[in-house]
Unconditional design. Structure first.
Length: 217
């Protein structure tokens, strides 16, 4: 296995490069666990039949993009035992899985010298159902994203830092959660996702439309 990290010169170049791969935010759609996009819609995007929706101007996307550097800085302050690195417009490629790429919010190194992943999320809790998805667990679509990054990089662990905003009774509340994931505990999940993404990419390369994966009720 050969893992290569490249740094693109601009976001535009990064966006162009990611079209030829499955990225972390695509991973959950491949297995029917993305609440916003089906596997068929993703296939249509990757085969050029559908233009991906441009959400860059939406308030929650702008907030999340601007918050990322601050959340990373807070992680550095709160967890000094980790070394944190970050390159803008980074892209990891793995020779074993040429259909996949990973772009990380941060690279970690723990006190044992092990390499890891930092992923940051911001979300606004509007319903109790959304709050439940974060209770002692990571929402399925974000869990798939972390598994995808572990697969591509080969790293040993991941930390997901999530800022959850909610408003109850006119009062703004902000909670921060940290989820620590060891690769050895999710190896079977990683293998399952790799095989699912490989099957999906075969549909992309062949031009055959996949069957719709319906979400579990």
């Amino acid at each position: 296995m050969s893992v290569k990290k490249i740094v693109l010169s601009s976001r535009e170049e990064w966006l162009k490069a990611r079209n030829n791969h499955i990225g972390g935010s695509d991973a959950s759609a491949c297995v029917g666990l993305n609440p916003y996009k089906s596997n068929v819609e993703l296939w249509e995007e990757k085969t050029g039949l559908r233009q991906p929706e441009d959400i860059s101007g939406k308030d929650y996307v702008i907030y999340g993009t601007r918050a990322e550097e601050h959340l990373r800085a807070l992680f550095i302050l709160d967890f000094p035992e980790y070394r944190v690195l970050y390159d803008e417009n980074n892209m990891f490629l793995n020779s074993d899985y040429p259909w996949m790429h990973a772009s990380l919010d941060g690279e970690l190194m723990d006190q044992e010298g092990r390499d890891g992943i930092l992923e940051t999320k911001t979300t606004e809790i509007l319903q109790s159902m959304q709050k439940e998805k974060w209770h002692d667990r990571i929402p399925d679509n974000y869990f798939c994203q972390v598994l995808h990054y572990l697969a591509v990089t080969g790293y040993e662990f991941a930390v997901l830092k999530a800022q959850l905003k909610s408003e109850w009774g006119g009062e703004l509340r902000i909670a921060t959660k940290h989820y620590f994931i060891e690769r050895k505990d999710v190896e079977e999940d990683i293998k399952y996702l790799i095989e699912a993404e490989k099957r999906f990419w075969n549909f992309v390369e062949s031009g055959r439309r996949p069957d719709l994966i319906l979400p579990a009720i």
